[in-house]
Ligand binder design. Structure first.
Ligand code: ZN
Length: 152
């Protein structure tokens, strides 16, 4: 059974295809402090994420993966949005992205991620869009444990 394809308006489609064809922060980090991965078996999407967190700041982020344009462009947009930001901000953006996937109006803080709003109408594809964020949350929770341990 074919997976339904969301229709995007032109501007949004352009952003999504641009990130799919020219993913930002794709590759690996030489000295990641955290690594996480995940997959979406329904669609065959895979995302691996490297993070370099210093203190509470996401200094560097890189991802590798394969799958549909929604999963890969969401991951690319994600890395661009959270790179150089602190963990609390990344978690806030992640929560707002999830809320948008649940049908909420996009929050201003989401920036270009708003392009994926149309996915919300397609529950099967929501999993594609959320994959990178699930992996990010896993990496951030590892980082927070590290921070806690370092503080004793
Ligand atoms: Zn997918």
């Amino acid at each position: 059974m074919p997976i339904p394809e969301p229709q995007f308006d032109d501007l949004y489609r352009e952003i999504i295809l641009d990130h799919y064809r020219r993913p930002r922060n794709r590759g690996e980090l030489s000295a990641p402090t955290q690594q996480a991965e995940g997959m979406n078996p329904v669609c065959g999407d895979e995302i691996e994420l490297d993070l370099r967190v210093t203190g509470e700041t996401i200094e560097e982020i890189a991802f590798r993966g394969q799958g549909c344009s929604i999963s890969q462009s969401s991951a690319s947009l994600l890395t661009e949005r959270v790179k150089g930001r602190d963990i609390a901000e990344a978690e806030r953006v992640s929560a707002k992205f999830k809320a948008m996937m649940n049908g909420d109006e996009p929050d201003i803080e989401l920036g270009d991620l708003e392009a994926l709003q149309g996915v919300a109408k397609f529950p099967v594809r929501v999993k594609c869009a959320l994959l990178g964020w699930k992996v990010l949350e896993e990496g951030l929770s590892q980082a927070k444990k590290g921070i806690k341990e370092a503080r004793g």
